[in-house]
Design a protein around this ligand. Sequence first.
Ligand code: C2E
Ligand code: MG
Ligand code: MG
Ligand code: MG
Length: 278
Amino acid sequence: QVKQKGRDGFTFYTQRFTDAARKKTEMESELHRAIAQNEMQLWYQPQFHLASEELIGMEALIRWIHPIKGMIPPDLFIPLAEESGLIVKIGEWVINRSCAQIRQWLDRNIAVPRIGINISGAELRQGDLLRTLSNALEQHQIPGQYLEIEITENFMMEDIEKAIKLIKELKNMGIEVAIDDFGTGYSSLSYLKSLPIRRLKIDKSFVIDIPKNTHDMAITKAIIAMGHSLDLEVIAEGVETREQQKFLHDNACNFGQGYLFCRPSTAENIERWLSKKE
Ligand code: C2E
Ligand code: MG
Ligand code: MG
Ligand code: MG
């Protein structure tokens, strides 16, 4: 009886396993196709100075527009792209698309702020970020001052010396660096002071439950205070309500990004919005 049960359990398990594995392989080959057939789009989300509400930057966020399934959010395919190594290709596309877009806007006299590009750890380990960036900047004839790179704290902590070297080289090119999703990783606070970064981005998981969650409020306040004491700028992501904006502003958070101000949107929509602002 026990044996019977075990065998069923095993069959069930392998069935589920092969289903998951097949789905993954399918998704992987779809990803290959998606890149080849230009199904990826780069959307942008504005970032604001909380005190003056002035536009200070935009984050570039990838979208996969699947011909049948519709829009697939990055959380569903970036991890897979990281595992399969495809992230390097995707990252190169994102960098080139951002630079091409900035060039296009500059050519049309549209005031474009600094654009933040997300770079995942896998990309940094496998690709040649500096070369990809300098090639793109040169090809599109734009200064590095138009770019910011968002890196998560876990990558920085993996190899501090390497991270410092990379950030210094980016800085030499005029490119700023922000630590993304700050507070969710395992960065050691004492190392933070040795990284020549410009900004901390408070992860949206801390912002989203303000003012309901008093612990999140305490953490958010602490991150802002610590950031400032290290001479870093602090930006909050996931600002959805006036109350959250007020709390962040009252606690001297510099910048904010979130649905309250603007949702991520296509280059066309953002361009319309940017041109109207002037
Ligand atoms: P992230 O870098 O932390 O990006 C912020 C995420 O918060 C975005 O999700 C954005 O759409 C979302 N967001 C912004 N404001 C609000 C708000 O008020 N409320 C809520 N609930 N969410 C808000 P998205 O676009 O789905 O991207 C998810 C993650 O995928 C990003 O997190 C980033 O880690 C990754 N990602 C996106 N684009 C790229 C890319 O081009 N390359 C790489 N390597 N990763 C990317
Ligand atoms: Mg980001
Ligand atoms: Mg983030
Ligand atoms: Mg995030």
